[in-house]
Design a protein around this ligand. Structure first.
Ligand code: ADP
Length: 160
């Protein structure tokens, strides 16, 4: 049986930390669906389409990664795509409380879907999309933290 995991998030933009997590996830799961959230409550720098395009570009050589829009509850999305796992990243302790809350709510809505947490390589454990945007906004070099295509998109955004 194919084990499918959904990796939901905002990906505004996708970082090397997200990518590290996907690679780790693929050691356990046959397929990962990256579910990019519309997230109207969060003011995103990039539009939904831009965020999806960036994930597609960064993962284009990874045949077992699929990229889709998340426009409903993660548990409903997972069920619709025959996924049995929700993959999330745990960086520092600060992620813990929110992630456990989310996992508990998801479990109460759909007990058959498990949340699985993975931690990234040390070098990515303090990396977030927000920090990358801050660096780019102040004209810093983001090349250590994101794919070159994402660095280019960030430069273009902040040049305007
Ligand atoms: P969200 O708005 O759902 O937090 P993000 O795109 O910020 O969306 O993150 C999606 C998931 O990826 C979350 O589980 C988050 O903890 C994880 N994540 C983000 N950055 C990293 C990183 N550097 N290393 C590992 N996991 C990460």
């Amino acid at each position: 049986m194919t084990k499918i995991a959904v990796y939901p998030g905002t990906f505004d933009p996708i970082t090397n930390g997200h990518l590290d997590l996907m690679k780790r996830g693929l050691k356990i799961f046959d397929q990962i669906i990256v579910a990019v959230a519309e997230n109207p409550q969060k003011q995103t720098l990039f539009s939904l389409q831009q965020r999806i395009d960036m994930v597609n570009e960064v993962t284009k050589d990874m045949k077992t990664i699929q990229v889709m829009t998340l426009d409903k509850l993660v548990v409903d999305f997972s069920r619709d795509h025959s996924a049995t796992v929700i993959l999330r990243g745990l960086r520092a302790i600060s992620d813990f409380e929110y992630e456990v809350q989310l996992a508990s709510i998801n479990r109460s809505m759909e007990p058959s879907i498990e949340s699985v947490f993975m931690s990234p390589a040390e070098e990515y454990s303090f990396l977030s999309s927000s920090i990358v945007k801050d660096i780019a906004r102040h004209n810093g070099d983001t090349s250590k933290y994101v794919h070159p295509s994402v660095s280019a998109s960030l430069r273009e955004k902040y040049l305007k």
